[in-house]
Design a protein around this ligand. Structure first.
Ligand SMILES: NC(=O)c1ccc[n+]([C@@H]2O[C@H](COP(=O)([O-])OP(=O)(O)OC[C@H]3O[C@@H](n4cnc5c(N)ncnc54)[C@H](OP(=O)(O)O)[C@@H]3O)[C@@H](O)[C@H]2O)c1
Length: 340
C-alpha cells in the first residue's frame, strides 16, 4: 500500500493548529472500505474538538488525545474493499459517516465501515453529498428523539430553533416533506431561506422571542443554544410528542467536572428539563451523533428524490484546514469542505 495525507489537528496547545502529515495506508478490515476522499465536511463539532471540547468522553473512542484527524463525514471513490463486503466495489462513488475516532475524514484516504456508506447517485456532485451525512444523521436522531417519525408527522406543529443552520435546514426539508408544519426560529435575514426550504412560518429571533410563542407545539427541536432549552419545552402543548436537543452540556460537564461529578451533573440537568415537559408528553432526548442504519436509509431516499441539500460556503485543500475551521468558528454562511 502507498501513502496518504491527512490534516492533523494539533490541538489548542499546537502552534498553527494543523499540519498535513503523510501516513502509510492500511488494507481495509473484512467489513471496511478504503475511500479516496473527494470532499469531507468541517462541522461545528470539529471546531470545538480542535479546541479540546469533549476530550474526556471521546477518550473512550480513542479520540481524546491530540494530534487527531477530525471529520465525521465524506464523499469519495472506493479504492479497496474488505473481504466480507459485497455491497461496493473499487471505483464506486460513495458518501457517508465515520464515527468519532483519532482517524477522521479529513484525509486523502479513509477506512470506513461499508454499512456506514451509501452509493452516490450519478446525478449528484460528491461535494454536495459530503456536506450532508453527519448533519442529517444527527438531525434525524433528534427528530426521532422528540417522538416524530415519517408515520406520525403529518399535520404536526414542530418548532425548530436554529432553523437556518445545517440541522435546522435538513429538519425543515425532511419534516415538511413528511407533512409536518414547521415553525422556524431564525434571524430576520434568514427568514427567506427558511421559507424556501419548507418552513410554514418564521419567527424572528429576538430577546423576547419566547414571550410571543404559544404552548401549541407537538414537538420542539433545539439546534441553537442550551440557554433556550427550557423555554422551548415551554412551547409544547399538553399531550405533545416531546423535545430533543443537540446542544446540551453533557460533553462539557465531563470535561469540566470529571467522570463522577460530570455524570451526576448531567443526570440532574437532564432530569430537571425532563420534569418541565407538559402533561402527557413523554419524549425528551439529548442527542449524540452516532451512525444509524435507519437514518442512513432515510438519507438515501431523500438524496435520491433530491429533497435535501445544504449550501456550500467554502472549499479548501487540507493544507488550508485552519482557514476552513476559521470559517466555521466565525459562523460564516454555508457548509465548509476540505478537498484532499
Ligand atoms: N450532539 C451532537 O452529537 C451534535 C451533532 C451535530 C451538531 N451538534 C450541534 O448542534 C448545533 C447545530 O448544528 P449545525 O451544524 O446546524 O450548526 P450551524 O449550521 O452553525 O447552525 C446553528 C444555528 O443555530 C443558531 N444559533 C447558534 N447559537 C445561537 C444562540 N446562542 N442563540 C440563538 N441561535 C443560535 C445559528 O444562528 P446564526 O445563523 O444566526 O448564527 C444557526 O442558525 C451546533 O451547536 C452543533 O455543535 C451537536
Amino acid at each position: 500500500m502507498t501513502s496518504g495525507a491527512a490534516a492533523l489537528c494539533l490541538g489548542p496547545g499546537g502552534s498553527g493548529g494543523f499540519t498535513v502529515r503523510q501516513f502509510t495506508r492500511r488494507r481495509p478490515a473484512a467489513d471496511e472500505l478504503e475511500v479516496a476522499v473527494t470532499a469531507a465536511s468541517v462541522n461545528p463539532i470539529d471546531v470545538r474538538r480542535s479546541e479540546g471540547y469533549g476530550r474526556r468522553l471521546l477518550s473512550l473512542l480513542g479520540a481524546g488525545r491530540f494530534p487527531l484527524i477530525l471529520g465525521n463525514d465524506l464523499a469519495g471513490i472506493v479504492t479497496a474493499v474488505g473481504s466480507r463486503v459485497s455491497t461496493f466495489k473499487t471505483g464506486d462513488r460513495v458518501y457517508g459517516v465515520k464515527p468519532a475516532s483519532a482517524e477522521g475524514a479529513h484525509a486523502s484516504h479513509v477506512l470506513v465501515k461499508a454499512v456506514h456508506m451509501l452509493a452516490a447517485p450519478g446525478d449528484w456532485d460528491l461535494h454536495a453529498l459530503a456536506a450532508i451525512p453527519y448533519s442529517f444523521t444527527t438531525m434525524w436522531l433528534a427528530v426521532r428523539g422528540a417522538g416524530l417519525s415519517r408515520e406520525n408527522a403529518v399535520g404536526k406543529n414542530v418548532l425548530v430553533h436554529g432553523a437556518a443552520g445545517a440541522l435546522g435546514t435538513l429538519a425543515t426539508q425532511m419534516l415538511s416533506s413528511w407533512g409536518a408544519r414547521v415553525t422556524a426560529i431564525a434571524r430576520k435575514s434568514n427568514s427567506k431561506v427558511c421559507l424556501e426550504v419548507g418552513a410554514a412560518e418564521v419567527v424572528e429571533r429576538t430577546d423576547d422571542l419566547f414571550v410571543s410563542l404559544s404552548r401549541s407545539f407537538d414537538a420542539t427541536l433545539n439546534f441553537a443554544t442550551w440557554e433556550d432549552d427550557l423555554a422551548l419545552i415551554g412551547c409544547l402543548r399538553d399531550g405533545a410528542l416531546g423535545h430533543a436537543t443537540t446542544v446540551h452540556p453533557m460533553l462539557g460537564n465531563f470535561d469540566r467536572l470529571g467522570w463522577l461529578r460530570g455524570m451526576l451533573r448531567t443526570l440532574s440537568q437532564k432530569k430537571d428539563h425532563r420534569r418541565a415537559l407538559p402533561k402527557g408528553a413523554s419524549n425528551y432526548a439529548w442527542v449524540l451523533f452516532k451512525p444509524d442504519k435507519a437514518a442512513l436509509d432515510d438519507l438515501r431516499q431523500f438524496v435520491e428524490h433530491n429533497q435535501v441539500s445544504l449550501p456550500i460556503g467554502l472549499c479548501k485543500p487540507l493544507a488550508a484546514a485552519g482557514l476552513a475551521f476559521d470559517h466555521v468558528r466565525k459562523r460564516q454562511p454555508g457548509r465548509v469542505l476540505l478537498l484532499p
